[in-house]
Design a protein around this ligand. Structure first.
Ligand code: SF4
Ligand code: SF4
Length: 96
């Protein structure tokens, strides 16, 4: 199932979704991450980046807020939070 949902990173660049994301967006807590890569693997937009522990980030310009990354994370290190304006979203990219 996940192999059907997954897409390669950077393949959805024609589908910028930042302006119509659902009411929630993922937040990478960067505390308990074990670098399993599941969040990156299941993201249907290919907008999760990273390889090392606590280094995964989301490109919010292409995230549609589906919540799959938060659902699949075995360490609960990804949570869904209410959408904020674009500036707040950009600041969260660097949160650890
Ligand atoms: S919520 Fe997570 S899985 Fe869904 S599009 Fe955004 S980053 Fe990808
Ligand atoms: S699913 Fe969770 S533990 Fe695995 S890489 Fe993503 S944030 Fe880290």
């Amino acid at each position: 199932m996940f192999s059907v949902l997954a897409s390669r990173a950077k393949t959805s660049r024609k589908n910028k979704t930042g302006s119509w994301r659902s009411t929630q967006r993922p937040k990478m807590l960067g505390k308990e991450c074990i670098a399993c890569g599941l969040c990156k693997f299941v993201c249907p937009e290919g907008c999760v980046e990273g390889t090392g522990k606590n280094e995964f980030t989301v490109d919010y310009d292409y995230c549609k807020g589906c919540g799959l990354c938060a659902f699949i994370c075995p360490k609960k290190d990804v949570i869904m939070v209410p959408n904020q304006d674009e500036e707040d979203t950009k600041e969260d990219k660097g949160d650890t």
